[in-house]
Each structure stands twice: as C-alpha cells, then as structure tokens.
Design a protein around this ligand. Structure first.
Ligand SMILES: [Zn+2]
Ligand SMILES: [Zn+2]
Length: 88
C-alpha cells in the first residue's frame, strides 16, 4: 500500500514538472503574430492604428474601397483616424 501511494505521488509530481516545463516554452514567440480586429485571425502582419485597431492584409484588400481613397492613407473604422500605408 505504501509503495502504491509513493508511486501515485511521483506520478503527480512528474505531471506538475511537465506542465511547468511546457509553460516556460510557449509555442510561438510573443509578438510574432498579430490579431486582426476585422476577421479575428492571427496573422504575421497587420496594419495598425494608434488606437490599437489592427487589420490584416487580406481584410485591408477586401475593405480597401471603404478605407482608402488614394492608396496612400487609410481610415481607421474604429476611431476615424487616418493612417499612412508607408510608415508601418
Ligand atoms: Zn483580417
Ligand atoms: Zn483607430
């Protein structure tokens, strides 16, 4: 009986160690992906506004007609601020 309990404790301990080890190693580097506020996807690149609104390349192309009038600046649908395409 004693041996059985010790084995159970050992198993629980090794589980804790494994979990802690996993927590220390995130799958992706923090900041390597951005969250698109338009489609909700995780993408490597987003156009971002100063108000923290972010939109991915695909969504920008889809909504281009409604967000930009000249291809040089785009209007944030959240705060209405104009952002340049070039200064990202
Ligand atoms: Zn998107
Ligand atoms: Zn904004």
């Amino acid at each position: 009986m004693k041996i059985f309990i010790e084995a159970a404790v050992l198993t629980a301990e090794s589980r804790t160690v494994t979990t802690a080890y996993r927590k220390k190693r995130p799958k992706r580097k923090p900041g390597s992906l951005q969250h698109c506020h338009c489609c909700g996807g995780q993408v490597p690149f987003c156009w971002t506004c100063r108000c923290s609104f972010a939109i991915c390349q695909a969504c920008m192309e889809e909504n281009f007609w409604g967000m930009s009038c000249n291809g040089i600046i785009w209007q944030c649908p959240d705060c209405g601020q104009w952002n340049g395409f070039g200064n990202q």
